[in-house]
Write a protein that binds this ligand. Structure first.
Ligand code: NAD
Length: 356
């Protein structure tokens, strides 16, 4: 079980260290190797995704990723910014399916900005297509200045595109995930305005015919964004494109109280995967030992389940996380009166202890 460990920038190193501590306590034969990615890689090697890091990732069964990005790199040309590392890894490894479960733990029901009755028991799965859409269309007609800005330009545009095979493969992932859950898929699009998403809807319907046991419905992105805060429990599996998925999954993450709680997995067709928390590098709290490591620890559990075939170990971690929440331990982002405030390291230690 070869794991490439890419902590990245900001809080990345702090939260990944806790996840490694938890993996280490499982007593399984992992081979872990660490490499630089993001801003720290740019600083050391002049590129956010150096060849050696890419090779390590390609040769691994799974990648445990922290986060990339720091404001000090915002002035760099776009292709050298830390965030390009994650786009590069997705592209080179063909990681097309992003899984973001949003689960509301009963202990954290009060951390949500929504009323407890709306949020209690929430367990939804957002599946975002990762390799197509407007993020990978051709930017044309641009006059990009070296710092990535457009002084004096009159227009800029990015093309939105999806191919049939790209939509089909994410549709299969969504229908198969739904078969293991409540057998419902909501496909989110903007077919009323965008040709790309009328096509998306047509292909979803075609693929859906192969899954007669799964109910498929369609919702426009604007309505989906609204329904997600109005009645989130009405959803089960949501499947959507790259840009809408980016936005909806962050919205869903806040339903549960803290972005520090939400894991994610990005998989290719061989089940090789990149596992990372849904949040970014949080430069505002980096180096203070206050970041919540649970999203990364839960991402490690997803890694065990999806890429390393270690379901029992995955469940051990998830049960341990629930146990520390039940003990009332909270990093500052999820702290409320009557609970115990702990640091990043203390939270990691508590999860290790709860593994039993
Ligand atoms: P962010 O997710 O880093 O932070 C948003 C807010 O949430 C901040 O207030 C932060 O302190 C808080 N937060 C995030 N993770 C937390 C945790 N584990 N525990 C406690 N609080 C947490 O988003 P941002 O501030 O918009 O972006 C910061 C940098 O991260 C940018 O450079 C951005 O491009 C990058 N980013 C990277 C990824 C990635 O690596 N996949 C994803 C999103 C943003």
């Amino acid at each position: 079980m070869k794991i490439a460990v890419l902590p990245g920038d900001g809080i990345g190193t702090e939260i990944v260290a806790e996840a490694i501590k938890v993996l280490g306590a499982l007593d399984l034969p992992f081979e872990m190797e660490t490499a630089l990615v993001g801003g720290v890689a740019y600083a050391a090697h002049g590129h956010p995704l150096p060849e050696s890091t890419l090779k390590l990732a390609q040769d691994a069964d799974a990648i445990l990723f922290g986060a990339v990005g720091d404001w000090q790199y915002d002035k760099l040309e776009r292709s050298l910014r830390p965030e390009q590392a994650i786009l590069g890894l997705r592209k080179h490894l063909g990681l097309f399916a992003n899984f973001r479960p949003a689960i509301c733990y009963k202990e954290l029901v009060d951390a949500s900005s929504l009323k407890p009755e709306i949020i209690a028991g929430l367990d939804i799965l957002i599946i975002r297509e990762l390799t197509g859409d407007i993020y990978f269309g051709q930017p044309r007609g641009r006059r990009i200045a070296t710092d990535g800005h457009f002084p004096g330009a009159e227009e800029a545009f990015d093309t939105m595109r999806y191919s049939r095979p790209e939509i089909e493969r994410i549709a299969h992932v969504a229908f198969q995930a739904a078969q293991k859950r409540s057998k419902r898929v909501t496909s989110v699009d903007k077919a009323n305005v965008l040709e790309t998403f009328q096509f998306w809807q047509d292909v979803m319907i075609d693929v859906g015919k192969q899954y007669p046991d799964v109910a498929l419905d369609h919702m426009y992105i604007d309505n989906a964004a609204m329904q997600l805060v109005k009645a989130p429990k009405k959803f089960d599996v949501i499947v959507t494109g790259n840009m809408f998925g980016d936005i909806l999954s962050d919205e869903a993450s806040m339903l549960t109280g803290s972005i520090g709680m939400l894991p994610s997995a990005s998989l290719n067709s061989k089940n090789q995967g990149l596992y990372e928390p849904s949040h970014g590098s949080a430069p505002d709290i980096a180096g203070q030992n206050i970041a919540n490591p649970l999203a990364t620890i839960l991402s490690a559990a997803m890694m065990l389940r999806f890429s390393l075939n270690q379901e029992t170990a995955a469940q051990r971690i998830e049960t341990a996380v629930q146990a520390v929440l039940a003990q009332g331990l909270r990093t500052p982002d999820i702290y409320s009166t009557g609970t115990t405030k702990v640091s990043t390291v203390e939270m990691g230690d508590a999860v290790v202890k709860a593994l039993g």
